[in-house]
Design a binder for this molecule. Structure first.
Ligand code: GCO
Length: 482
């Protein structure tokens, strides 16, 4: 891939540059200092669920390498670092007793970040639900939302106002639909009604946790949520293709956006899913609880989709016509006769297409809908098969990808989008969920045998962007100042 967008753009000094990670993907120490299993510990130990049988037992051993990893962030000049708190490390069973060693780990991490001049951006839930809660139904059980708020309250009491921004949930769409509908993520359930209950209880958890944090730290405490808002286009203007897009937008985006920002569910979702549930699990007053003013809406963006009315590519988990492993159930619950089409153009190692201007389109759509709601790119990046050669990683495709997507953000801002920051996914190569360690997203390479970190060319390029606030050509890799 080469770059398709111009270089040279300069960003304002107050635009925030960071990187993002998640607890289960990087920490390791899965059985240490009181941490108990999450649904991802269980899922990754279930044969056939994760490529090569990989687990997060060790990951990239961040739990034991915080000083080293914070030093790398400082070397890259990062202004902020988005990380998640492992609920089963802080409150091992998900309810009752809290674990001081677990809380202390995050107090220390935050203190080290602040000492390095790096703003801590905390995600309270990035998919590692304590297993005992799943044993009681997990996100399909309303009680989990209340327990999440109790956990959020404790973390807020512990970390206090050292946290720059609180993010309640990361990608509730993945938690609900990959976890409870297609089953390709933990907990691996395939039950459409459970998935829709999970949608609602995750939304409720967001609202209850946001209120708990504000109750502890003050009503002006900055709260956010991170959504992987899908960018899906209709294959044609034919009404049936436009309807296919509408169905995907409803179940992938609107069932989170509308309640969180507007306090309502999209009415279409009730008709789309009437054959699955009557939504009686939504109780009076829930939507008022869910709608809490957001400081910023976090957006994770990677690629785009294209749909037409056709035959949904689901099956028995065997490879589908395009060679992809078809999910036994579609995560797009309620969407009928929607077929995802192969996307043209270059693709990453995740087989995701590369379309930077899809990010521009998304940011402009959201800023037009919600003009007074600031946005932040809380994840953007690409996976490639990187190798270390003579102490360097020449990941040109990743540099090209970052170059174009950062420019795409700038173009949205030129057109009026209020974007406050950009977090590259990811700081370190890490456990990529069902793909295990096979796919590398880091701007820093990790040798999984030795845990040696090597800053990739993409990390050097990103560090120069942060330092100069200017998009250099992707062929210009500037060594770090000593
Ligand atoms: C997500 C998660 C990350 C992933 C990244 C690449 O967006 O799915 O937030 O944990 O690792 O996006 O898939």
């Amino acid at each position: 891939m080469t770059t398709t967008l111009p270089s040279g753009r300069q960003f304002a000094p107050d635009f925030l540059w960071g990187s993002a990670t998640a607890s289960y993907q990087i920490e390791g120490a899965a059985h240490e200092d009181g941490r108990l299993p999450s649904i991802w510990d269980t899922f990754s130990r279930t044969p056939g669920k994760v490529l090569n049988g990989d687990t997060g037992d060790v990951a990239v051993d961040h739990y034991h390498r915080v000083p080293q990893d914070v030093a790398i962030m400082k070397k890259l000049g990062l202004q902020a670092y988005r990380f998640s708190i492992a609920w089963p490390r802080v409150q091992p069973t998900g309810s009752g007793e809290f674990n001081k060693l677990g809380l202390d780990f995050y107090v220390d991490l935050v203190d080290q970040l602040l000492a390095a001049g790096i703003k801590p951006v905390v995600t309270l839930y990035h998919w590692d639900l304590p297993q005992p809660l799943e044993d009681e139904g997990g996100w399909a059980n309303r009680e989990t939302a209340y327990l999440f708020a109790d956990y959020a309250r404790k973390v807020a009491e512990t970390l206090g106002d050292k946290v720059f921004l609180w993010t309640t949930l990361n990608e509730p769409w993945c938690s609900a639909f990959l976890g409870y509908a297609s089953g390709v993520h933990a907990p691996g359930v395939m039950d459409d009604e459970a998935a829709l209950k999970a949608v609602h209880h995750l939304n409720l958890a967001h609202g209850l946790a946001a209120r708990a944090i504000k109750d502890v730290l003050g009503q002006d405490t900055p709260i956010s949520i991170t959504l992987n808002t899908h960018v899906t286009r209709a294959a044609s203007d034919a009404p049936e293709d436009v309807e296919a897009k509408r169905q995907i937008d409803t179940i992938a985006n609107e069932v989170f956006l509308r309640p969180v920002v507007e306090g309502v569910y999209p009415p279409e979702v009730f008709a789309d899913t009437a054959h699955i549930t009557d939504w009686s699990f939504v109780q009076d007053g829930d939507l008022e609880l869910i709608q809490v003013p957001l400081e910023v809406l976090g957006i994770n963006y990677y690629s785009t989709g294209r749909v037409k009315r056709g035959v949904a590519a689901v099956g028995n988990g065997e490879p589908g016509p395009d060679g992809h492993k078809s999910a036994p159930h579609t995560p797009f619950v309620g969407a009928t006769n929607v077929e995802f089409l192969p996307q043209p153009g270059p693709h990453t190692a995740m087989d995701w297409n590369i379309e930077p201007l899809g990010l521009t389109e998304l940011l402009l759509d959201l800023s037009k809908r919600y003009p007074s709601l600031p946005l932040a790119i809380t994840e953007n990046g690409s996976a490639w098969y990187d190798t270390v050669v003579d102490g360097r990683v020449h990941d040109q495709e990743r540099v090209d990808y970052l170059h174009d997507h950062v420019e795409a953000v700038g173009q949205a801002m030129d057109a009026g989008a209020d974007v406050r920051g950009y977090f590259v996914w990811s700081l370190l190569d890490n456990f990529e969920w069902a793909y295990g360690y096979d796919r590398r997203f880091g701007v820093v390479h990790v040798d999984y045998d030795t845990q040696v970190r090597t800053i990739k060319d993409s990390g050097l390029w990103y560090a120069n962007l942060v330092a100069t606030r200017t998009i250099a050509p992707s062929t210009e890799i500037t060594p770090l100042a000593d």
